[in-house]
Ligand binder design. Structure first.
Ligand code: KIV
Length: 281
């Protein structure tokens, strides 16, 4: 049996210089796949708004949506630490609302930690959540919930002011109690500087190789999402094309009468017992 990953595991991985891996998952099966691959952390990301729900950004996602998907992920009983994203406006209005919403993700979604986007503006929130024993992962740089303020999904930290602010925010979030930080869409030199200055691990996406770990969205990594291919995404498979090909072959075989053949049909002399709890054998 593989040992369960906790927030303490991630801290000790940083100390040992062992890279951390995180992949998003949104349901039972994707969680089983990510777990079987030996990934350390599953993020039930609000990216589900784009890759599952088909929105153009993450803003429409609700606490109920993330709670539902976190519950499906936890049903796979993965050894990975399961972190749930706090969606847009679930933590920005007040710290009391933030604690109540994070509480739902933990109690109903059975997540083991939450992630929030932003820096100095949320130090009290990070404090209130950690006081309530809810571990918090921070998220700096190209924070997708700020897409309208940024005027699009743009790399951050390219001006001196922005670089300085991100560096300061990283230190402030660590002091406020975050157990790790996602760094997204920033020049790798800044990510390297932050990583070297913090005791907590950094997990990068479009932030270069110096981070303590890396995260990719499930659909990007596997090539299930075929529309967009940002520079930071590396596709390790091309499942979009493979799925279209497989379903196309099924369609052809049905049209031609080649499926189902007798190997995939029951006969009146078949008396095999159904597989336990599943469909008939
Ligand atoms: O929602 C998400 O999937 C994320 C990752 C891209 C870090 O926040």
């Amino acid at each position: 049996m593989t040992t369960a990953v906790t927030v303490r595991t991630l801290l000790s991985m940083k100390k040992k210089g062992e890279k951390i891996t995180m992949v998003t998952a949104y349901d039972y099966h994707s969680a089983r796949v990510v777990d079987a691959a030996g990934i350390d952390v599953i993020l039930v990301g609000d990216s589900l708004g784009m890759v599952i729900q088909g929105h153009e950004n993450t803003l429409p996602v609700t606490v109920q949506d993330v709670t539902y998907h976190a519950r499906l992920v936890r049903r796979a009983d993965p050894h990975c630490l399961v972190v749930a994203d706090m969606p847009f406006l679930s933590y920005q209005v007040s710290t009391a609302e933030a604690v109540a919403n994070a509480g739902r993700l933990i109690k109903e979604g059975r997540a083991q930690a939450v992630k929030i986007e932003g820096g100095r503006e949320f130090l009290n929130t990070v404090g209130a959540l950690t006081d309530a024993s809810i571990p918090v992962m921070g998220h700096l740089g190209l924070t997708p919930q700020s897409v309208h303020r940024f005027g699009g999904f743009r790399v951050q930290g390219r001006t001196e002011d922005s670089r300085k602010r991100i560096l300061e925010d990283a230190g402030l979030l660590e002091r406020a109690g975050c157990f790790s930080l996602v760094l997204e869409g920033i020049p790798h030199e800044i990510a390297g500087e932050i990583t070297g200055s913090l005791a907590i691990p950094t997990i990068g996406i479009g932030a270069g190789p110096e981070c303590d770990g890396q995260v990719l969205v499930f659909h990007d990594l596997l090539g299930i999402e075929a529309h967009l291919e940002p520079k930071f995404v590396k596709r390790y498979a091309n499942l979009n094309d493979e799925m279209i090909d497989a379903i196309g072959r099924f369609r052809r075989e049905v049209k031609e009468g080649a499926f189902p053949d007798l190997d995939h049909s029951y006969s009146s002399s078949d008396r095999r017992a159904p597989r336990a709890g599943r469909r008939p054998n």
